[in-house]
Design a protein around this ligand. Structure first.
Ligand code: ATP
Ligand code: MG
Length: 429
């Protein structure tokens, strides 16, 4: 198994304001090359710390991928750190200087002297061309490991990885068959329930690693293939073919156990699954949103082609809006309160009647942190779905802060639509 470590460099990544997202796509790209990421490290803009991280990484993996700190400014320290730790001094590369000057000429910008720092690369390192930015990356063999340094700007790192790093790793014999991974997405189950329901299906010492990931969107189950040590021989090719079949069998049996909570697989999102079903069945939908403030409409319209089934979204936050836009009677609002099954019903029916769509979806709830009572706590959410024959109502009790309750509500509402269009039982909250 070829192993890798990703080192994300940047003090901003340690201060809480910015997340290291580069390592997410780098992990995925490496997994596609059959390379397993064993470690991720985040380190600030500090030469001594960067050197320490590089030394530790070089001793425990085959490939070290660094992102960030290649720019021209004083806090871009990756080149200096690599030079120091590997003992290979920085040398100016004329070809890089030329490329930087040409780039500035094309953009009719004055070049500053610090820009030329980017042309200083450790002796013996291969330059990795940056086709979408100024700072080149570089790669070098260092002891037993291969060190690859990419820019921090995400689209530059991504581009450089596909254009130059991937071919390089392939040339150098690091690439293996991709690590197969399947993910099963569920909504409406707790992590503990999922675990209990499927634990006996995936043996701990088997060929797949089981992972459970809980998020506001639900609980996802991942199955990742574990590579044997010597992947190249014939016996192991057979191993891979068998794995493929076994993995699909496992996905099927897990899905059966978790039915009807499974809404999608791998990169599929709930709004895509729902959108595809609506499009295929020729059903149109309109949405009336209170506590989600337009989030459901946003998610539905994130899917290309949603104009084929999405008619309108009404954000009716106040009681006045619920009455004037959807015809919810003030008496019902007074009697049951805005967060009630009765109001969810009238909102769903009102938006459906007003827009002439096949389906009308509504959400009303208490996102918090204020507004909860003993009878109606924060996280209480009603979803209504009005259809030509019947109006369905579901009550949810979500946990989490305001943002999470909103996300969960949007997911719960879309799940109600999914269950209806797929002919599944509505289920308990
Ligand atoms: P630049 O030429 O822009 O200085 P650089 O290679 O020096 O590029 P950084 O200065 O480290 O990269 O970061 C550039 C931008 O990319 C910053 O906005 C930074 O927050 C962001 N960035 C850096 N590393 C990451 C990361 N791991 N994940 C997401 N964003 C990152
Ligand atoms: Mg920088």
């Amino acid at each position: 198994m070829i192993s890798a470590e990703i080192i994300a460099i940047g003090s901003e990544l340690l201060l809480g304001g910015r997340t290291d997202t580069n390592s997410v796509f780098l992990s995925e790209m490496l997994a596609n090359l059959g390379i397993e990421v064993g470690f991720k490290t985040v380190v600030g803009d500090n030469v001594s710390h960067i050197c320490q991280a590089l030394v530790v990484a070089s001793r425990r993996v085959d490939i070290v991928v660094v992102s960030g700190g290649l720019g021209p400014t004083i806090d871009d320290l990756t080149r200096d750190s690599v030079a120091r730790v590997t003992g290979r001094p920085l040398r100016r590369r004329d070809r890089v200087v030329k490329a930087i000057k040409e780039r500035f000429d094309r953009q009719r910008r004055e070049i500053t002297t610090n820009q030329l720092r980017q042309a200083q690369l450790p002796m013996g390192a291969d330059c990795l061309t940056n086709s979408v930015g100024t700072a080149p990356g570089f790669s070098m063999k260092w002891g037993k490991c291969r060190l690859i340094c990419l820019p921090g700007v995400s689209h530059e790192a991504r581009q450089m990885f596909t254009e130059t790093v991937q071919p390089l790793l392939s040339r150098e014999g690091y690439v293996r068959p991709p690590l197969r991974m399947r993910t099963i997405h569920t909504f409406g189950l707790l992590e503990g329930h999922v675990d209990e329901a499927i634990a006996d299906l995936v043996p701990k010492s088997g060929r797949f690693r089981l992972g459970l990931l809980a998020s506001p969107m639900g609980v996802s189950v991942s199955l990742t293939e574990i590579h044997p040590e010597h992947e190249k021989n014939k016996e192991n090719r057979l191993f891979f073919d068998n794995n493929k079949v076994e993995l699909e069998v496992l996905v099927k049996s897990i899905s059966t156990r978790l039915y009807p909570h499974v809404y999608g697989y791998d990169h599929e999102k709930m709004e895509e699954v729902v959108g595809n079903r609506l499009r295929d069945s020729g059903l149109s939908i309109s949405v009336a949103e209170s506590c989600t403030g337009g989030l459901i409409g946003h998610r539905i319209t994130q899917v290309a082609g949603s104009s084929g089934y999405f008619e309108r979204g009404v954000v009716c936050y106040s009681n006045h809006a619920k009455t004037s836009l959807l015809g919810v009677s003030p008496a019902i609002l007074r009697r049951y309160g805005a967060v009630s099954a009765q109001v969810a019903r009238r909102m769903a029916e009102g938006v459906r009647e007003g827009s002439g769509t096949a389906l009308g979806l509504s959400v009303t709830g208490i996102a918090g942190p204020l507004g909860g009572t003993a009878a109606k706590p924060v996280g209480l959410v009603y979803v209504g779905l009005s259809t030509p024959n019947k109006t369905f109502i579901r009550e949810f009790r979500f946990h989490g802060d305001r943002g999470i309750v909103k996300l969960r509500s949007s997911q719960g509402a879309l799940d109600v639509v999914r269950r209806h269009v797929c002919g599944l039982p509505m289920g308990d909250a």
